[in-house]
Write a protein that binds this ligand. Structure first.
Ligand SMILES: NC(=O)C1=CN([C@@H]2O[C@H](COP(=O)(O)OP(=O)(O)OC[C@H]3O[C@@H](n4cnc5c(N)ncnc54)[C@H](O)[C@@H]3O)[C@@H](O)[C@H]2O)C=CC1
Ligand SMILES: O=C(O)[C@H]1O[C@H](OP(=O)(O)OP(=O)(O)OC[C@H]2O[C@@H](n3ccc(=O)[nH]c3=O)[C@H](O)[C@@H]2O)[C@H](O)[C@@H](O)[C@@H]1O
Length: 480
């Protein structure tokens, strides 16, 4: 029986291994992690991450051929194929701080593999890593190998949170990079056979190691670039009276451009886009390509601009101050259908409003008060380290309250900011919300989810990203 072990039971390791276990009943899959609470949650009815459809898959395979364990060394020693899906956060100090990927967790996993391995292994990079990481990993493994042979493969993951199970069940492609040697090709074939259980062969792409590593960074950069492109257009739409949804539709109808990923927003978030582009920028700089680095840096700059532009709109619309005013924030996760808040634009928007002394009341159907307080108190990039490396009890931010109900959040508020596109925000009783708010009552829709015209009929002053502005907003000072 083939044995697979995955180091890292997070948003990627958990769902990807659950899908492999589901589709390959004859393969034994162990997912291991240094975080005991995370493993305990994977073994309970309350999984550590919220992902539609995940519960069913885990329930079907757990304790059949899918196991979650903290006994990292045992499962690594027994495995034929080891996936490494640990954190690769942005470095916070030292060389490359604020840009380069921090490979501490990867390196410690590689050293542990070398220490405990007693048979030949295929080691698979599942984490997103800088191009050429496989070379460094190979060095760590072979220098400590005691004669055991390792083949390193790059098999980056393309799933998106909120749709992870569908993405894994029917991926656009599976990418496997390996060494162009007989042993390398054999290892690629072995991993290909795992995916071939359910992925059509023409969707399994094989490349050299460096192409696979770089393709992952390139794919995320291209996706983020589309969002920054439409967000840049949204600012111009507001200035000219064009409507960003109409522009996106017209542009996306060109089959060379395509309709997806053209939703203007308050900015992209999530654990990866910013981190991976910063990493790409760093790699370009290290390779003497400052022009290329600057090109990609601009994607992040526009994203930061979009978030601060939103905050400026809120403040300037409300007579240039939100000091002492209650602002309801609907949605804190970085997108709908996930409880993940890593790098969510809501953090920057809330911090911006708090900087102007607002008092904020937040509601998100999947994010806990503890998580929100941690996010607002934590330093940039700290969030992407394993939980045990994060500050134990960051101070709570006093002007922030968290409710479990959108109506409660909006009660007595001067303004409502919609920061995540949860479906339920489309169906709220906005008459009831309007009646409970201070007047004039404002809605700032950072996701274009509400029907602005209907809300205007109720009496709200509405701002929607990239849409023609209310007269009220036009009369306010220009937003830079
Ligand atoms: N979140 C996402 O949607 C996607 C993430 N990725 C990449 O996958 C990698 C993992 O991301 P996530 O799963 O989101 O992170 P995560 O933070 O949810 O999970 C990583 C896990 O690794 C564990 N870990 C760290 N060092 C360890 C060690 N030495 N031994 C055992 N366990 C260890 C941590 O405790 C944590 O539970 C990152 O490189 C990320 O860029 C790629 C595609 C999608
Ligand atoms: O490497 C990763 O981590 C993953 O990053 C993204 O997935 P994810 O971050 O989970 O979610 P997305 O759906 O890409 O959304 C990212 C952010 O962009 C925003 N977004 C997305 C699409 C859009 O049109 N407009 C927009 O503002 C979302 O609201 C969200 O804040 C990629 O889509 C995945 O392919 C990739 O595997």
């Amino acid at each position: 029986m083939v044995k697979i072990c995955c180091i890292g039971a997070g948003y990627v390791g958990g769902p990807t291994m659950a899908m492999i276990a589901l589709k390959c009943p004859e393969i034994e899959v162990a997912v291991v992690d240094i975080s005991a609470p995370r493993i305990a949650a994977w073994n309970s009815d309350q999984l550590p991450i919220y992902e539609p459809g995940l519960d069913e898959v885990v329930k079907e395979c757990r304790d059949r051929n899918l196991f979650f364990s903290t006994n990292v060394e045992k499962h690594v020693a027994e495995a034929d194929i080891i996936f490494v899906s640990v954190n690769t956060p942005t470095k916070t100090r030292g060389l490359g701080a604020g840009k380069a990927a921090d490979l501490t967790y990867w390196e410690s996993a590689a050293r542990m593999i070398a220490d405990v391995a007693k048979s030949d292994k295929i080691v698979v990079e599942k984490s997103t890593v800088p191009v050429k990481t496989a070379e460094a990993i190979e060095k760590i493994l072979t220098h400590n190998s005691n004669g055991i042979k390792f083949q390193i493969l790059s098999n980056p993951e393309f799933l998106a949170e909120g749709t992870a199970i569908d993405d894994l069940r029917a991926p656009d492609r599976v990418l496997i990079g390996g060494r162009e040697t007989p042993e390398g090709r054999k290892a690629v074939q072995a991993l290909k056979e795992v995916y071939a259980h359910w992925v059509p062969e023409d969707r399994i792409i094989t490349t050299n190691l460096w192409s696979a590593e770089l393709s992952k960074l390139a794919a995320n950069a291209f996706l983020a670039q589309r969002i920054s492109s439409i967000n840049a257009m949204s600012a111009l739409c507001e200035a000219t009276g064009a409507n960003v949804s109409e522009v996106a539709y017209a542009v996306g109808k060109d089959s060379r451009i395509g309709p997806k990923f053209l939703n203007a927003s308050v900015g992209f978030g999530g654990s990866c886009f910013q981190k991976d582009i910063l990493n790409l920028v760093y790699i370009c700089e290290c390779n003497g390509l400052p022009e290329v680095a600057n090109y990609w840096k601009q994607v992040i700059k526009i994203n930061d601009y979009q978030k601060s532009r939103f905050v400026n709109r809120v403040v300037s619309s409300m007579f240039n101050t939100v000091s002492g005013k209650k602002i309801a924030v609907l949605g804190f996760a970085f997108k709908k259908d996930t409880g993940d808040t890593r790098e969510t634009p809501a953090i920057d928007v809330c911090k911006g409003l708090l900087g102007d002394k607002a008092s904020i009341s937040i509601y998100d159907p999947q994010v806990t008060e503890d998580q929100i307080q941690r996010d607002l108190a934590m330093n940039k990039f700290d969030w992407d380290h394993p939980i045990h490396m994060q500050p134990v009890s960051p101070t709570t931010v006093k002007q922030v309250s968290v409710t479990w109900d959108a109506y409660e959040a909006a009660k007595g508020a001067h303004g409502v900011c919609i920061l995540t596109e949860w479906d339920e925000f489309k169906k709220l009783d906005y008459e009831r919300i309007y009646d409970s708010m201070q007047k004039p009552a404002f809605i700032f829709d950072g996701r274009n989810v509400v029907d602005a015209e209907k809300l205007r009929e109720i009496g709200f002053i509405v701002y929607s990203i990239g849409k023609p502005l209310d007269q009220w907003l036009k009369d306010m000072p220009a937003v830079c």
